[in-house]
Design a protein around this ligand. Structure first.
Ligand code: ATP
Length: 241
């Protein structure tokens, strides 16, 4: 069963056609990356996949359910972080993670150990009892990532998860995402950093102007060149129409 799939998704935001006939599958046990220039539509696509935006056309399937009719319990099997890290500023990092664990149905007796594990894995134990509003952007990003990961979801959707992270945290994040994929999770990440994706992803899809315009081989020797040649070809094809 495909964990997460979109078929022929379109979405207009204001007067802008943000997604055009997008079709994509994210399989269990793999890390799939979306790469594209600013404004390509990556966040919009993730928001549609997570039911945060209703598409104008097309279909989203999550763990075998059509998203339009999915039971609310399905969301306990999903972890996500879209754009700004979702923190309650007056709560500590630990309290924020506690709330997230409860919302995602982690058994009460396991919550404390899960938080300790995820805090250690993301190298944020030193900050765990500080209020979120006093923490750096990177540490708040870690709270969001911890919240997305601590219930061992089957599907992970992370929008630019490495954005505010330091190099050590990036290595830790890569390890966490790989472990999630090895236990069978389907992982979708977006990024602008091709080097990072080469180290992390099993599959890379290129988005441009609201469309998936092709794939890149993460092992290819010059990902940057391959990326720009796809974008340029698409631009030229558009100009020729
Ligand atoms: N509410 C809105 N109204 C109109 N246009 C919007 C709205 N939200 C997003 N857009 C436009 O939709 C396009 C896609 O935006 P989106 O945030 O999905 O891109 P992205 O690939 O995630 O970009 P980035 O890499 O900069 O995060 C952009 O051109 C953006 O300006």
């Amino acid at each position: 069963m495909t964990a997460l799939a979109v078929q022929n998704i379109s979405k207009t935001l204001g007067d802008h056609l943000a997604l055009q006939q997008v079709t994509l599958k994210v399989e269990p046990g793999s890390i799939h990356a979306l790469v594209g220039l600013n404004g390509a539509g990556k966040t919009t696509l993730m928001r549609v996949m997570l039911g945060m935006l209703r598409p104008d056309g097309g279909r989203v399937t999550l763990l075998g359910h059509d998203l339009a009719h999915a039971p609310s319990s399905l969301w306990r099997q999903v972890g996500h972080q879209i754009e700004v890290p979702p923190c309650y500023p007056e709560l500590t990092a630990r309290q924020n993670l506690w709330v997230a664990a409860q919302l995602r149905g982690v058994p009460e007796q396991d919550i404390s150990s899960r938080i300790t594990q995820v805090a250690e894995a993301l190298n944020m134990s030193a900050w765990i009892d500080r209020r979120a509003r006093t923490l750096s952007l990177g540490t708040r990003q870690k709270i969001g990532l911890g919240a997305a990961l601590l219930h061992d979801p089957c599907v992970l959707v992370l929008d630019e998860p490495g954005n505010a992270l330091d190099p050590l945290a990036l290595v830790r994040l890569r390890g966490l995402l790989r472990r999630a994929a090895v236990r069978g999770a389907a992982v979708l990440v977006s990024s602008h950093h091709l080097d990072e994706l080469a180290r992390m992803a099993d599959h890379i899809s290129v988005m441009h102007r609201g469309q998936i315009i092709g794939t890149l081989d993460p092992q290819a020797p010059d990902l940057e060149r391959a990326f720009f040649s796809k974008v340029l070809a698409q631009e030229e094809a558009g100009a020729a129409v």
